[in-house]
Design a protein around this ligand. Structure first.
Ligand code: KG4
Ligand code: ZN
Length: 341
């Protein structure tokens, strides 16, 4: 990466407003403003998310520039999330990025959010090395669950995907059944630490090849909880840690069994995880065990680059600026909720 280039990254695809400054592949600042307003509704309310982005975007960008100790005029180009995500949220970030690029007279680079999760592995970090190509990346977030074969910075192929819910949704919906707040993934992770992974067993999906399904697991969890509550109204309270550990174990086994298949099929030597669910401590430790069993190099991102953040958007923008095709004078490019990979 060209060490001299300074990128402003802007992320607003869901419920985090984020701005980051990257110099080469070093993060100078990465500011994230999470929207707590959605907690009371048990999930992200798109209309409220757009309004909060509108409120937060200028202060977040301003803080990112000040924390990086640069001037606005030092920015060489601007990278923003084009999609996929919530359209109203994406429109706030993309409109701001366009205006900022126009007023500063600096190029604009659109970024695919899912590719950015993967490319976060190329952010410079003295503790972790970047993966060598080709590698398999399990990308697991609130909206996506994909196994991606990454052949180069620009050549990525989805070789497995979910047929229904995403892994993050499986965590969040299970948490809701347990009466936990949104987002439930981090809470299930926390309570699991004192629970027994074998206390309860839930139905395992039988899906061919490298694809996933989580809807059957959700039904199995709901059935177990509802039938147990009929005989013991305190069932959840009395078994919360064990329920969390067993649910988490089921979700992570579904994911890693397919990752193992993908590695055997593709014969790659490196494996990585990305996206919000890659913050899960059990996924991280089980992946290390799998990598030892299969003699693989394993790449696990820093926590702050797992969930949505603008540093990964800036990194993906820098890579696209160097290796991809950009048309920096075209301000007609539109945000896209269902942007394809
Ligand atoms: O990538 P992300 O921040 O946003 C999307 O692009 O969707 O992912 C959010 C998802 C949520 O479903 C959240 O519950 C899950 O990541 N998540 C976790 C953990 N931290 C975040 N799931 C399990 N364990 C965690 N520690
Ligand atoms: Zn994401």
């Amino acid at each position: 990466m060209d060490k001299k280039l300074i990128v402003l990254g802007i992320e607003s695809s869901c419920d985090d407003t984020s701005a980051a400054i990257l110099k080469g592949s070093n993060v100078l600042s990465n500011i994230i403003s999470s929207q707590d307003i959605h907690k009371q509704y048990g999930g992200v309310v798109p209309e409220l998310a757009s309004r909060a982005h509108q409120q937060n975007i200028i202060p977040v960008v301003d803080t990112a520039i000040k924390s990086a100790k640069i001037n606005r005029s030092d920015i060489d180009f601007i990278a923003y999330t084009k999609g996929p995500g919530l359209l109203g949220s994406l429109l706030v970030g993309s409109s701001f990025a366009k205006s900022f690029s126009y007023s500063l007279r600096r190029p604009l680079v659109s970024v695919n959010h899912m590719k950015a999760h993967i490319l976060a592995h190329f952010i410079e970090d003295e503790k972790n090395s970047s993966p060598d190509f080709p590698f398999i990346c399990l990308t697991v977030s609130g909206g996506h669950t994909q196994i991606v074969l990454v052949n180069s910075f620009t050549e990525m192929k989805i070789i497995g995907t979910t047929l229904d819910d995403a892994a993050g949704e499986a965590f969040d919906k299970s948490a809701k059944v347990l009466g936990l707040d949104y987002p439930g993934g981090p809470l299930i992770d926390k309570f699991s630490k004192s629970g027994n992974i074998n206390a309860f067993t839930f139905g395992k999906p039988k899906i061919k090849e490298l694809d996933f399904s989580f809807s059957g697991l959700k039904t199995s969890i709901m059935n177990k909880i509802n039938s147990s509550l009929m005989t013991n109204s305190k069932f959840i309270d009395e078994n919360l840690n064990d329920l969390c550990a067993s649910i988490q174990h089921s979700i992570i086994r579904i994911l890693l069994d397919k990752v193992e298949k993908a590695i055997i099929k593709t014969k790659v030597k490196s494996v990585a995880i990305a996206g919000g669910v890659s913050a899960n401590s059990y996924l991280r430790s089980e992946l290390v065990l799998l990598s030892k069993k299969l003699n693989l190099n394993v790449h696990i991102p820093k926590f702050e680059y797992c969930t949505d953040n603008a540093a990964m958007i800036a990194m993906a923008g820098a890579i696209k600026y160097k290796y991809g095709k950009i048309n920096s004078d075209d301000y007609s490019e539109q945000a896209s909720a269902r942007l394809s990979f």
